[in-house]
Design a protein around this ligand. Structure first.
Ligand SMILES: NC(=O)c1ccc[n+]([C@@H]2O[C@H](COP(=O)([O-])OP(=O)(O)OC[C@H]3O[C@@H](n4cnc5c(N)ncnc54)[C@H](OP(=O)(O)O)[C@@H]3O)[C@@H](O)[C@H]2O)c1
Length: 344
């Protein structure tokens, strides 16, 4: 019998949660709590989940300025520290948004996130998307910004140099990328003074990105997997008729039945055992507790891991249409499908 948290759920000892080792030896908790409320979950509900999740053993939180809730999440993190968890015992990631890629704006954006999150440093700061661009929160997929720009490597490296200076100043411990492709990362690895410690990318059983996954692992970059459950609560704008759900996949359902767990737990186990860090979002204490528990106990067998490797459908859910920079393009162009960077 352990202590029962305020949510009535048996906490999990954070020391029992697996850790991933970054290339510099730093340990990152192998599962985090996502904090993007998909434009529908209010900031105070997300903040309550951060606090509740910390109480039951989460020590990793995935934030971003564009989620519009860092000030509320910061209140929760402050309460976590007041409750006795030391700052160096939990991991916080934040991200610079696409309209803040200019070097001065990168610094100002990081300082604002630190103020909002009430932290002295971030464990990881990511460039949220490689495209400098602005579109209003909640806009439709057909929205196009007149300021939309393609990936221009020299420009990205100016942003990256500002990220590196944040490390020099001690404001962030690690820097990384998100929504990148192999050809873009090749150039960044060639030109960066401080290599990306992690790359955040969509990863779930129906979108395993085997080539990019292998590339980042081989280059000492920790993959962090977003939408690990196939994002069942994602906004309408991110849904198309072709999308499939890993939570309804017959192989996942079979494995879930064999383990007596929800299919979501199978997605989490598969992610952690494969070597990526899933960051499932939930504001439901039963669900976020089950997700953490899934990372800790009753692992999948090698046969089950192999069976899940076989259900990949190359089904990207977050296609990024709003980042397209000229007429007549398809969202695939954002993802460099032929292995070279799509020309401007
Ligand atoms: N870098 C990027 O560009 C990027 C892009 C997208 C997302 N992200 C990050 O990744 C995080 C996760 O992605 P996501 O929120 O889109 O998708 P997700 O984590 O795959 O799915 C979240 C949804 O699943 C439900 N859920 C969670 N645990 C469950 C369980 N055990 N059983 C049943 N349902 C469960 C949640 O509902 P309840 O709240 O009801 O549990 C919520 O609707 C985000 O919050 C964000 O931090 C990053």
């Amino acid at each position: 019998m352990g202590i029962v948290s305020e949510t009535g759920i048996q906490p999990i000892d954070p020391a029992s949660v697996p850790q991933m080792r970054l290339s510099d030896g730093t340990a990152m908790p192998a599962i985090g709590l996502g904090t993007f409320g998909s434009d529908s979950v209010p900031a105070d509900a997300v903040a309550a989940a951060v606090r509740g999740a910390a109480e039951i053993g989460y020590r990793h939180f995935d934030c971003a300025s564009v989620y519009g809730n860092e000030a509320a999440v910061g209140g929760a993190l402050e309460a976590v520290v007041r409750g006795g968890v030391r700052r160096d015992e939990f991991w916080v990631t934040s991200k610079v948004w696409n309209d803040r890629h200019e070097p001065d704006a990168v610094v100002a954006s990081c300082e604002q996130s630190l103020r909002d999150l009430r932290l002295d440093w971030l464990d990881l700061y990511l460039v949220h998307w490689p495209f400098p661009n602005f579109h209003p929160p909640g806009c439709d997929v057909s929205a196009r910004s007149p300021d939309a720009r393609p990936y221009v490597h020299e420009r990205f490296m100016r942003t990256w140099a500002a990220m590196e200076r944040l490390v020099d100043r001690g404001l962030v411990r690690h820097i990384g990328t998100s929504n990148m492709t192999v050809p873009k990362l090749r150039l960044v690895l060639r030109d960066a003074r401080i290599k990306p410690a992690a790359n955040e990318m969509e990863l779930h059983p129906h979108f395993q990105q085997p080539e990019l996954f292998r590339f980042v692992v081989d280059n000492g970059i920790q993959p962090i997997g977003y939408c690990p459950l196939g994002s069942p609560g994602r906004p309408e704008r991110d849904r198309t008729p072709e999308d499939t759900s890993p939570l309804e996949d017959p192989v996942i359902l079979n494995v879930a039945e064999a383990h007596g767990v929800h299919p979501a737990a199978v997605c989490i186990k598969w992610a952690v055992q494969r070597g990526q860090v899933p960051i499932p979002f939930s504001v439901n204490p039963r669900n976020y507790a089950a997700n953490l528990r899934a990372a800790v106990e009753d692992p999948l067998s090698e046969d089950e891991m192999r069976a899940i490797a076989g259900v990949d459908r190359n089904c990207r859910l977050i296609k990024g249409q709003v980042f397209l920079w000229k007429d007549g393009q398809s969202w695939e162009d954002l993802w460099d499908p032929d292995g070279t960077i799509t020309p401007p």
